[in-house]
Design a protein around this ligand. Structure first.
Ligand code: BG6
Length: 485
């Protein structure tokens, strides 16, 4: 059991992620007394703040992003009192010395949360090491982007590994901090009901959709160099797929869970030059309407021509015993009709219908695990429609619903980062991504991108507010499968 850190060092403290997620998460944890009592938080970024002006900055961010009912003046003042600020320019070695002086001894544990531009990555890691901020008691949490392909990801991982051993590296995928994503593990491994069917014999196909209504959101520099496959599939969606498809780990701990995930990721059948055309579809949104309002196309938002995909749909296979022949359809995109993340599992149909010939169409059972915006689990089952049925029994698909916010109405829904920051501070790696997982993810993604390049595939335009290019519909319809919208 590792001891909780007594200090936290927050890089990128004036950035968007910090204002929207990190500071509110830390405030939430502090207000509930979940942080180690004396945890000191040293914030850093390039901006020229001092302690007082940074506290004022944090005060503003918290008032803006923490829901009013959770903000008390007392908790706010006490939280702000924990904050110190040191400006750091990563290219300037002496800044790290000043930082180390404020941080002080790391013997009783320091957790670092690092989110920085890839170009500053190595300099930051070196700066930390030289300033004595990478010793035994120091853990480092790494926020994406951690590279843009296998080669650059290896470079970053090597740079970190020169200074930190793997057991002190916490690679963040914020989807793993989501309550509903962890609930997937509970659903699969705390119930005996599903496991016997959770395989090729019982499941027809799986769909994973992460759709967003937002567009570029001003992230011009980052997004255009990434596109949907690197921004969403390489990390979040492959983690979801791994959790859905993995074998039961022998226990819930960081080694057992991650060992099983990496086995799935390595079993992904390559999509490459030979089949990229038939197994993937890419799109880019044009002007359209989302939520009743007109929105410009991607290129207009960006202000220059671009072949970056804002939508991707894939047909994946996992080549192992459990999943032989079961397609996993993945789909994600920006400017789609609704914000909706879900895992949709379609079971096999009953082997023989005793109701045939009486006008009753049997639907296969479906399990829908909705991650957001609402969180629920629904099992669609066939049920008898009440009545005398003198012309044959009538059947209808009915949902068996577990709506999490209702079932657990008295528990607060947390930001994913609350969980992840706490685990980083307490040293639990279970919900963080290990290097071998990241590399298995990149290997698959690089193959797909290479397939696109070799086949000169360009994104097809789709109207903002629709479910991507029509080819994405054809991708599943060819197999007799309809996307669950
Ligand atoms: C981020 C991506 O990792 O995840 C964004 O960079 C995306 O493009 C976001 O919008 C989605 O996260 P969430 O938690 O809102 O589903």
């Amino acid at each position: 059991m590792t001891a909780p850190s007594e200090k936290l060092l927050l890089f990128g403290a004036t950035g968007d992620l910090s204002q929207r997620m990190l500071l509110p998460s830390l405030y939430g944890l502090a207000a509930e007394e979940l942080l180690p009592a004396g945890l000191a938080i040293v914030a850093t970024a390039r901006s020229a703040h001092d302690d007082t002006s940074f506290r004022a900055f944090a005060d503003q961010a918290l008032r803006r992003f923490v829901p009013g009912e959770r903000l008390t003046e007392e908790a706010l003042a006490s939280f702000l009192g924990r904050l110190r600020y040191v400006p750091v320019d990563a290219s300037n070695e002496s800044d790290f010395a000043a930082l180390a002086e404020v941080v002080g001894s790391t013997e009783k544990g320091l957790s670092i949360f690092l989110s920085t531009a890839p170009s500053l990555f190595s300099a930051t890691i070196d700066g930390l090491a030289k300033a004595g901020l990478a010793g035994e008691g120091v853990r480092i949490g790494l926020e994406k982007p951690l590279g843009y392909d296998m080669a650059s990801s290896r470079q970053i991982n090597d740079a970190v590994a020169r200074v930190f051993p793997e057991h002190r590296i916490f690679r963040i995928d914020h989807y793993l901090g989501k309550e509903t994503v962890q609930n997937l593990l509970a659903l699969r491994f705390a119930n005996s009901l599903f496991e016997p069917l959770w395989r090729a014999g019982g499941i027809d196909h799986v769909q994973i959709t992460v759709s967003e209504t937002v567009g570029l959101e001003g992230r011009v520099g980052f997004y255009d160099g990434a596109g949907a496959i690197r921004d969403m599939v390489q990390n979040h969606m492959l983690q979801l797929l791994a959790l859905v498809a993995m074998e039961p780990p022998s226990r819930y701990d960081s080694t057992a869970v991650r060992d099983e995930k990496v086995k799935v990721l390595r079993s992904l059948r390559p999509i490459d030059r030979t089949n990229a055309n038939s197994h993937s579809v890419i799109g880019q949104y044009g002007a359209g309407a989302v939520a009743g309002g007109a929105v410009p196309g991607y290129i207009d938002e960006l202000g220059k021509p671009s072949d970056t995909e804002t939508f991707v749909a894939l047909k994946a296979h996992i080549d192992n015993w459990r999943w032989r022949g079961v397609p996993f359809y993945l789909r994600t995109g920006k400017r789609l009709p609704s914000r909706q993340s879900e895992i949709f599992i379609q079971f096999k149909s009953v082997p023989h219908s005793i109701f045939d010939g009486r006008g009753a169409v049997l639907q296969p059972n479906k399990l829908i695990i909705r991650l957001q915006p609402d969180e629920n689990v629904r099992l669609l089952m066939m049920s008898k429609v009440p009545g005398l049925d003198r012309e044959g029994m009538r059947l209808r698909e009915m949902p068996l619903d577990i709506s999490l916010p209702n079932a657990f109405a008295d528990t607060r829904r947390r930001i994913a980062y609350e969980r992840l920051l706490l685990d980083l501070i307490e040293g639990d790696q279970t919900l963080f991504v290990r290097r071998d997982e990241v590399e298995a993810q990149w290997e698959w993604i690089d193959g797909i991108r290479d397939g696109w390049a070799a086949n000169a595939m360009k994104p097809k335009t789709y109207t903002a507010g629709t479910w991507g290019p029509s080819a994405a519909i054809a991708l599943t319809e060819r197999d007799g499968v309809t996307w669950h919208d």
